[in-house]
Design a binder for this molecule. Structure first.
Ligand code: ATP
Length: 236
């Protein structure tokens, strides 16, 4: 059997001695979109950060393609093909769209190649090429963040709150692209607090509540019906 591209086994992690994740198990295969849901403070961002080597693991194991990489640095994780697009989009607001893209030439790709990747996927970015990124709409900034990530040719894409502050139609368009990226073989882990749009395109879903996976299964109607209870349970 082909191992998942990303796997968390019984991971515990926290901040200053306070445990935020209490033994989390999660896996994402190539070509799969996994939605990681949960209320405020559930540990979703922490999970993504440790998957990208940005936050340390206290115990448990982190595996890439079946290989134990627990303790990996963020730099080596990026080199291994893990790409984290953090909440807040990760674009340079004072640089133009084109300059934001050019910064990805450290990946070894030429400016032209990177522009081609970006503009083919999101033609609007070509129209905005000379515009400062910070003056674009939230959706356009998110498109730029996504294409910057893709320039690194990731095997695993970690997206944190892609839909934050965006209109439903824009979110739908972005998710269509995310599904397409997965179809090209990338393993995608999408963190979202509010679930509807992501569940329509995800292949699998996990729900974190107070640092524990309380649901791990299909993203269909049964989960949608259960979700409110899971979230409400977290408030008690
Ligand atoms: P949200 O949807 O609100 O972003 P989340 O599910 O992503 O929440 P995390 O950000 O992973 O949750 O936080 C998990 C827990 O860890 C929370 O209790 C939070 O207060 C705590 N935490 C997160 N970052 C830090 C930090 N830098 N220092 C101390 N505690 C932190």
């Amino acid at each position: 059997m082909i191992p998942p591209l990303l796997e968390l086994r019984d991971i515990r992690a926290g901040y200053d001695g306070i445990t935020a994740l209490h033994g989390v198990n999660l896996s994402v295969h190539a070509g799969q979109v996994v939605a990681l849901l949960g209320p405020n403070g559930a540990g979703k961002t922490t999970t993504q950060k440790l998957a990208a080597g940005v936050h340390p693991v206290d115990s448990g194991r982190l595996l890439y393609g079946g290989r134990d990489v627990t303790g990996i640095s963020s730099r080596d994780a990026a080199r291994s093909g893990i790409c984290l697009i953090p909440e807040g989009r990760g674009v340079f607001p004072n640089l133009t769209v084109r300059e934001n893209l050019w910064m990805m030439t450290f990946t070894g790709r030429s400016r032209e190649e990177i522009e081609e990747i970006a503009f083919a996927r999101f033609p609007i970015l070509e129209k905005r090429a000379g515009q400062t990124a910070g003056t674009m709409s939230g959706g356009e900034q998110q498109m730029l963040a996504l294409t910057r990530g893709l320039a690194a040719d990731p095997a695993v894409l970690l997206l944190d709150e892609l839909s934050m502050g965006l209109a439903p139609l824009i979110v739908e368009q972005l998710y269509e692209q995310v599904a397409q990226i997965a179809r090209e073989g990338v393993a995608v882990l999408v963190v979202e607090q509010f679930a509807t749009a992501v569940l329509d395109m995800a292949d699998h879903a996990a729900v974190l509540v107070r640092g524990r996976v309380e649901y791990d299964g299909p993203p269909g109607q049964a989960l949608k019906a259960e979700l409110a209870n899971l979230y409400l349970g977290s408030a008690s």
